[in-house]
Ligand binder design. Structure first.
Ligand code: 13P
Length: 257
């Protein structure tokens, strides 16, 4: 991390950990995580554990994110959770995760509506973007990622602390096949910051925090944190174990100096 942007290490638990397991994991890691004062740590539990986890980290600087939300504030949407219901518990909300896009049919337009609703409620969207393997092999990574960012942010005005973007190449998620750090850095810098500069100006583009996600481990995390345009990590599998998530967070702390 070679900039003044505070690094983020975020753990997306996806559909893992029952309520009791979530409690045990938070108890095991909240102390050591809270010692990493130069890192903003975000836990993103599944909904049934959300409030409990939020309460367990209350005395610490650890922040909470939700994995999803609807774009409406309330109504007849069985099974959905609105952004207004998250206010007071969460600061962050994931939006556009590739699993939502590919398994639940969320289009760029749905992502845009959700993102606007998240902002409207004073929460911070953690926007995920990334190309799949076919798109990468066709040489379309830049185009796909730039379009995802541009469509999601279309028509919005925002200040840089109100947005976090995660570059998560789909082929790297849960596969053990992480993107080379320099390649990830160039997508974060040239492509994502490039689009942000066109939309909001250079100053905002330079201040938005951009994370890498996709098979981040305790062994490889540092190599991402050392990249100039990568401000942290969005971690899936390795966030489900106290040891590995603490080690990743300590790596971010060490690089932050
Ligand atoms: P993995 O770290 O398990 O590859 O998952 C990444 C991810 O999708 C985080 O949102």
């Amino acid at each position: 991390m070679l900039t003044s942007r505070t690094p983020i290490v975020a753990g997306n638990w996806k559909m893992h950990l029952a309520w009791r397991e979530a409690i045990d994991l938070v108890r095991a890691m909240r102390g050591p995580l809270n010692q990493c004062k130069k890192v903003e740590v975000i836990l993103i539990p599944p909904f049934p554990a959300l409030v409990t986890v939020a309460e367990l980290v209350q005395p610490t600087a650890i922040r909470i994110g939700a994995q999803n939300c609807h774009w409406e504030s309330k109504g007849a949407f069985t099974g959905e959770v609105s952004p207004s219901m998250l206010v007071g518990t969460c600061r962050y909300v994931l939006v556009g995760h590739s699993e939502r896009r590919s398994l639940f049919g969320e289009s760029d337009e749905v992502v845009r509506k959700k993102l606007a609703a998240i902002l409207q409620h004073g929460l911070v969207p953690l926007l995920c973007v990334g190309e799949n393997l076919a798109q990468r092999e066709e040489g379309r990574t830049s185009e796909v990622v730039a379009t995802q960012v541009a469509v999601a942010l279309d028509g919005l005005s925002l200040s840089p602390e109100r947005l976090v973007i995660a570059y998560e190449p789909v082929w790297a998620i849960g596969t053990g096949r992480a993107c080379a750090p320099a390649a990830a850095n160039s997508v974060c810098g040239l492509v994502i910051r490039g689009v942000l500069a066109e939309l909001f100006g250079e100053q905002t583009a330079a201040a938005v925090r951009i994370l890498y996600g996709g098979s981040v481990t305790a062994a490889n995390a540092r190599s991402y944190f050392e990249q100039a345009d990568i401000d942290g990590a969005l971690v899936g599998g390795a966030s489900l174990q106290a040891d590995s998530f603490i080690a990743i967070t300590r790596a971010a702390q060490a690089v932050a100096g």
